[in-house]
Design a protein around this ligand. Structure first.
Ligand code: HEM
Length: 404
């Protein structure tokens, strides 16, 4: 292996363990300091490579010698269940160009700043109602189900024009895919159930179009036969999954992080001009997407002086890139006044997050309103008792009991 300074005799299994809340696996900083690209072994004994440095993260995601197509043989996965659901993925998140661009373009005008800003009054109202309920119920309440899960779930219902009651079913299906420990059968069933739900939603909506994203896409692309109901159902299922769990875990982890960093919280509460930089820093610091983006080499190639063979997989690690000391000064420090908006929490390249504008709006609204309403919010559990989602594709916490 040309120029690779890593000792290949003792190649570690990936994913690595996280032991302590907000800390990343110690192997990430070791990998960043030792090699541009770091070899690992996966659950099925497949060889894969980690990209841990910020600069290389951006470089590899623009490199067309790598494919992001989930159906590629040897596409790298972290469990057998993830491999099974990758094979079921029919939406553009798992495609290369030109197919990826063909489908993504049908949705880009639904995610413009203008469209997302139209949702602000609704998101504010949903947030106010949820905070009213919390105030009535508590203290003490568990912030995860009462706010972090509810807000993105209701916002996604607004976006799709689906009834709020459906959110529990959607969440159940989405959750069945994100864990690392579920069986192949359960993960596949959850994936299929969500597509079937979307298919029924599209069929019903086609007979009663309204002013929501789904109605507009049906009218423009399904009625003109540029998109089949099945294709749209797969895309909707993907967007629903992408929009829930990520934002939920950002809200719960972000609240925990603020409550553990009282100085930063005080600055945030006292100075509303920190709204933008604080959310970007939360996104950088927390980076909830754990083992993505992934790629596979389409040919034998040389990347940064290391030979990679055709069919070998890559994990470009967002979490590590966002804590690269060459890109961010004192990266392990949570500092809401730093300029962190060049973080890669939403990925990079053609698959960069379509819903990032919406996610930012939700986070800006929820943290501002949460701490305005409850400036004395405190956690009713010791830090070492908090249960982190070590076993999930999307990092987070299972519960957050708080009082005020
Ligand atoms: C804080 C919240 C969020 C985070 C951290 C996040 C993160 C990401 C990341 C890292 C990717 C790239 C995945 C890859 O390259 O493999 C991605 C893609 C995507 N995200 Fe998000 N996301 C968030 C919220 C949302 C929301 C609210 C929506 C929609 C309503 C959404 C829709 C999508 C879609 C459709 C893609 C696939 C884009 C493509 O393949 O072209 N995301 N997201």
């Amino acid at each position: 292996m040309k120029n690779c300074p890593v000792n290949h005799e003792n190649i570690k299994m990936f994913p690595f363990k996280r032991h302590n809340g907000f800390d990343l696996p110690k192997e990430y900083s070791f990998a960043r300091s030792s090699s541009p690209i770091f070899p690992v072994t996966l659950w099925n004994n497949q060889r894969a490579w980690l990209i841990t440095r910020y600069r290389d993260f951006r470089k590899i995601l623009l490199d067309e010698r790598f494919s992001g197509q989930f159906s590629n043989e040897n596409f790298p996965t972290v469990t057998k269940a993830r491999q099974a659901i990758d094979k079921l993925e029919k939406a553009f998140v798992g495609m290369d160009n030109p197919h990826h661009g063909h489908y993504r373009r049908m949705f880009t005008k639904e995610f413009t700043t203008k469209r997302m800003n139209e949702l602000i009054p609704k998101i504010e109202k949903i947030t106010d109602n949820l905070l009213d309920n919390i105030e009535k119920k508590g203290p003490v309440i568990d912030l995860v189900p009462e706010l972090a899960v509810e807000l993105p779930a209701m916002v996604m219902c607004e976006l799709f024009g689906s009834p709020y009651e459906d959110r529990h079913y959607i969440l159940k299906c989405a959750a069945g895919r994100h864990g690392l420990s579920q069986s192949v059968e359960d993960a596949s069933k959850s994936a299929n159930d969500l597509v079937e739900y979307c298919q029924n939603l599209i069929i019903n909506k086609s007979q009663n179009l309204k002013n929501d994203m789904l109605s507009r896409v049906i009218k423009e692309y399904v009625f003109s036969e540029q998109l089949s109901v099945e294709e749209l159902a797969n895309i909707c299922s993907m967007i629903l999954r992408a929009g829930h769990d990520t934002t939920t875990n950002m809200i719960s982890l972000g609240t925990l992080l603020f409550l553990n960093n009282k100085k930063e919280l005080k600055k945030f509460i006292q100075d509303s001009s920190t709204n933008f930089s604080a959310i970007e820093e939360l996104l950088r610091f927390l980076s909830p997407v754990q083992f993505a983006p992934r790629r596979v080499a389409l040919e034998d190639l040389d990347f940064m002086g290391v030979n990679i063979k055709k069919g070998e997989g890559i994990f470009a690690l967002i979490q590590s890139a966002n804590r690269d000391e060459l890109a961010f000064e004192k990266p392990d420090k949570f500092d809401i006044c730093r300029n962190a908006n060049n973080h890669v929490t939403f990925g990079f390249g053609i698959h960069t997050c379509l819903g990032q504008g919406l996610a930012r709006i939700e986070l800006q609204i929820v943290f501002r309103k949460l701490f305005q309403r409850f400036p004395n919010l405190k956690i009713e559990e010791k830090f070492n008792e908090i249960s982190f989602k070590y076993d999930s594709q999307i990092y987070g916490i299972y519960r957050l009991p708080v009082s005020w």
